[in-house]
Ligand binder design. Sequence first.
Ligand SMILES: [Zn+2]
Length: 281
Amino acid sequence: MPLILSMPDQASHPHTIICKSCGNSFHGNYCNECGEKVLKPSDRSFKTFLSNILIAITFADSKLIKTLWLVLSKPGFISKEFAEGRRVNYLKPISLFFVLNLVYFFFPLIQLFNATLHTQLLSPFGQFYKVIVAHKAVELGLTVDSFKLIYDQKTTGFAKLMVMVFVLVASLPLNLFYWKRNRLFTDHVGYMVELACFNLFVNALLLSVLAFLGLGHYLSENVLSAIFITTNLYFLIGSGYSFYGERNWMLVVKSALMIFSLGLALEIYRAILFFVTIWSL
Ligand SMILES: [Zn+2]
C-alpha cells in the first residue's frame, strides 16, 4: 500500500507485516487490529513447546500467579486496575475465576459453593426441604440414602455452573452501599468476581486441602463460619478502601453490612441450587 511508503518512521521499523489472522498491515510484534502475535523461530522451538505444555498442565502461568497473589495481598487492586483500563499485565479476573472454580470442583470437600443435601437440610428452610425430599424420594422409589447419593452428585454439577448466580446476587447490594462512589453496575460485578476468586482460593480450595490432609475434624461449622467471616472482612475492608475509596467508620459499617449480605446471597444461591437439583431429578 502507498500509505506505508510515505510513513516517516519507516526506517526505524523496516518490516511491514501482514497479519496472518486478519490481513491488516502493521509494524511491531503484535497486530494493532486483532492482537495476533508475530511468531518468531524461537516461539516454535522444542524448549518453548515443552514450557507451554508445562504451563497448560500446571496452570503455573506467571500472569495467573501474579494476579492471584494480588487478589490475596491487595484486595480490590485488580478490580481497580480493570475498571480504570490497566489490564494487560494481569489475567482477567473472570478467567482466574474459572480456573479456581475448575480446581475446587475436582474435590469440593468444603461446603461453600458446593452444598450437599446434608448441608441444605441444615439451612433455615431445612424442615421445608425435608418434606420436598421425602416426596421426591417416594416418587422416584428410592430410599433416603440412595436419594442422597444421586442428589449430591447432581448438585455438584449444577453448583459448578451456578456460582455466577451467587456473584450476581451478591453484587446487587453494592449498587446501594456504594452508589455515590462513581462505579458502574459492571464494576460492582467485576469486583464481586474478584471476591469470589478470593473465596474460591482461601475458603474453598485451601480449606479443602486441609480437610483432605485429615485436619477436617478441626473444621466444625462454627470454626468454618469464623474463618469465612474473618477472611471476608479482611477482603471487604481492604477493597472498600482501595476500590471504593471508602474511609474510617463508614468503611467498617459498610463492610459489616456486606458480610451480612454475602451470607444472605449464599443462602439465596443455595436455595436456587436446591430447587434446580430437585427439579432435575
Ligand atoms: Zn490481525
